[in-house]
Design a protein around this ligand. Sequence first.
Ligand code: HPA
Ligand code: ZN
Length: 331
Amino acid sequence: MSVLPTAELHLHIEGTLEPELIFALAGRNGIELPYADVEELRSQYRFGDLQSFLNLYYGNMAVLQTEQDFADMTRAYLARAQAAGVRHAEIMMDPQAHLSRGISLATCVNGVASALAGSEEEFGISTELIAAFLRDEPAEEALAVLEQLLAMEAPIIGIGLDSAEVGHPPRDFVALYERAHEAGLKCIAHAGEEGPPEYIREALDLLQVSRIDHGIRCMEDEELVQRLAAEQTPLTVCPLSNVRLRAVDTLADHPLPRMLERGLNVSVNSDDPAYFGGYVDNNFIQLQSVFSFDDDQLAQLAANSVRSAFITDTRRRQLLAEIEAWRAGRQ
Ligand code: HPA
Ligand code: ZN
């Protein structure tokens, strides 16, 4: 069975750190981990909510010390993503999570960017880099980091907003997004993962984002669903993440089929695949087994990702043709 070509629009590069690589980097950098081995680390991957995951996610970043570490992590993701059918990836990184550990912006940005530079040639995956800001840290800090990224001409296509959502509404980040728009950057934000539908509205109206990460809680608000459907706002849904972080009880309870029925522009993404039990191919496989999606529905989800990507019209046509060829080849 050939793998479905798709664009990955919601991925945190730090969330691709597999336990084996965490131990390899810890050894290389002389860092002592609070786990005896890979199995003990893996046994921690049971989360009650977003925060319990974030604690482990930020803790494990301690092993990322050098440009080479960031490059190795990124190359490992690209190799796995190629096997998963990813043909274009828009990759978030969390600069503040590294700055606060004494790692410079140049180290993390250049490390990731150096691996992305060879991606199209080596893995056939076109890529873009997005700087995500931590909404549970002060908005002034985010703005200062954005200014530094602009000053160093970091190769970013846009900005995002992530980390603990509840209690940290989009309205706190208006100045950050005004500056990003002024600098010509694309603007996206996590909203409606654990936070209420109102946060999705704020991201659209106050931050003027062109895409929403997650957005699943829109389904609690009929008027918002109608608006998102009418405007075809891209929603980058991450089904296995939502199960692991207990946003839904089981995959069978996931709103994705209802979102499709309502005509929402949803795509399937992996979020933090090393932590949530699967890359984008596993997300598709599990969705298919639970919801019995047919090939047309799978192709629709992949086409939505390509329609919603920050790519040229030429690349978009190329990838849509690949998806159509996949669908035709399945008949
Ligand atoms: N939600 C919010 N912030 C994040 C996530 C997520 O799933 N992954 C990494 N940072
Ligand atoms: Zn995310």
